[in-house]
Unconditional design. Structure first.
Length: 414
RNA sequence: GUGAGUAUAGCUCAAUCGGUAGAGCACUGGACUGUGGAUCCGGGGGUUAAGGGUUCGAGCCCCUUUACUCACCCCA
């Protein structure tokens, strides 16, 4: 039986890893510009954390989470998302006493779903959380941060924005929505009839043609917002306007996790196929308290790295791999020894170089030099070892110029 | 979990009516004894996803299984 990779868990080979470095480098840079600091938390948490934080009834927890018993002692889970663990760490280390905390993380998440384009069982997210400020200015700053990151990546996205209300207005709205949907259940598709009880907000997002007339007449959450939520939303939109961030208010935008309150947003790209969301986020003012911490407002987003990689691929953004400055070719035994010695010297000086330990034909060695992306090549043999003189060949222009081996470092730096 | 599609060399794909499995790329050897990308000649590579059936004969037809892909549900 051949051993293969696990379904939905992918290898990222060296040829593709440049894109990942690029997005992570830019993300760290942008987070730094906006005052976010990196946090690293484990990929494994107690299963109960997600049940309580994300929501027992959500698909993510009740059908997609990898749960296992650790030697019969406790129930653990591979994290299906990043917020719950980050909040757990925030509470556990008493970070609420330190005022506003802006954190970001980069790492793998796990959900046991059927894989498809842009959806995998191990996937990677770049996410952030801002704890301790309920002001709409935080929402604005965070959305602008994401827009900034996409701009730097050269990626165009559509931003959808909505408010999902809070504890004062959402329950009443949900009740009236449920009532309305139950009254029109006969005109809805089978999926929607199921969703009425389980996840009524999702019904609003149904794409089935026959459901549309009912949805047109449904009560709108935006109309049912309490004054606090309404003011918050107005402040967010005017803040985005002031910063020149373009968005579209989408009353049908729903977030799948239970903990969201007020602001919900999503960045989508048409380069992605069916799973078009590349990043999604929102406010969760009750979550810290739900997980046992002091009441602390929070807001965060998660960005799917695989999805971003797909977009970068589609728009043809592939940063070139950084090859070594010089590649040593050996013409004979003496040259091979000289190559090893010179490479060692350059590496100690911080200059990347490489050589072909297999020796052999010039043609093969030149191909290897080309393959690793070296900028220059130097052929070494007995003559060069003895005289200390060689030719420095520019692999792009194929021009050769004489060089003293002792001057190599200076030449490559210049 | 549901539905559809696909499965032939490392990669991308051919193979007529069912008649002994081929090309390009890649790798590798040579033409070229110390200078690559062009050209030419050669070489290695395959249980045609697996198992069963029909047939004189199956890559091709039928059945089962598996894997992958896309979509639904849901989400990054």
């Amino acid at each position: 039986m051949k051993i293969t990779g696990v379904k939905g868990m992918n290898d990222i080979l060296p040829a593709a890893v440049g894109r990942w470095h690029e997005m992570e480098r830019l993300a760290r840079e942008v987070f730094h510009l906006y005052g976010y600091r990196e946090v690293r938390t484990p990929a494994v948490e107690h299963a109960a954390l997600f049940a309580r934080g994300v929501g027992e009834a959500t698909d993510i927890v009740n059908k997609e989470m990898y749960v296992f018993e650790d030697k019969g002692e406790e129930l653990l889970a591979l994290r299906p998302e990043g917020t719950a663990g980050t909040v757990r760490a925030f509470i556990e280390h008493g970070c609420h006493v330190e005022g506003l905390q802006k954190w970001f993380y980069i790492g793998p998440m796990f959900r046991r779903e059927r894989p498809q384009k842009g959806r995998y069982r191990q996937f990677h997210q770049i996410g952030c959380e801002a704890f301790g400020a309920g002001q709409p200015a935080v929402d604005v700053e965070q959305i602008a941060l994401l827009a900034d990151l996409f701009a730097r990546l050269g990626v165009t996205t559509d931003l959808k924005l909505n408010s999902v209300g809070d504890a004062t207005c959402r329950p009443a709205y949900l009740a009236s929505l449920k009532g309305y949907l139950q009254g029109h259940a006969g005109a809805l598709c089978a999926d929607c009839r199921d969703r009425i009880e389980r996840n009524p907000l999702r019904v609003l997002d149904c794409k089935v043609e026959s459901c549309q007339p009912v949805l047109q007449g449904a009560p709108r959450l935006l109309d049912a917002l309490c004054p606090g939520c309404k003011d918050h939303l107005d402040a967010v939109t005017s803040g985005l306007d002031a910063l020149g961030v373009t968005y579209r208010l989408d009353p049908r935008l729903v977030r799948g996790l239970d903990y969201y309150t007020r602001t919900a947003y999503e960045f989508a790209s048409d380069a992605l196929g069916s799973q078009s969301a590349v990043a999604g986020g929102g406010r969760y003012d009750g979550l810290v308290e739900t997980l046992g911490g002091q009441p602390t407002p929070g807001i965060g987003f998660a960005l799917g790295q695989e999805r971003l990689a797909l977009i970068l691929e589609a728009v043809g953004r592939a940063p070139p791999e950084q090859g070594p400055a010089v590649f040593f070719l050996s013409a004979d035994e003496q040259g091979a020894r000289e190559a090893l010695k010179r490479a060692s010297e350059l590496r100690k000086l911080g200059i990347a170089c490489d050589l072909d330990p297999r020796g052999g034909k010039m043609k093969t060695q030149f191909k290897q030099a080309e393959r690793v992306g070296a900028r220059y090549a130097v052929v070494l043999g007995g003559n060069e070892a003895a005289s200390g003189e060689a030719k420095l060949k520019n692999l792009e222009t194929r021009e050769e110029t004489p060089v003293r081996l002792d001057d190599l470092a200076a030449r490559l730096r210049g």
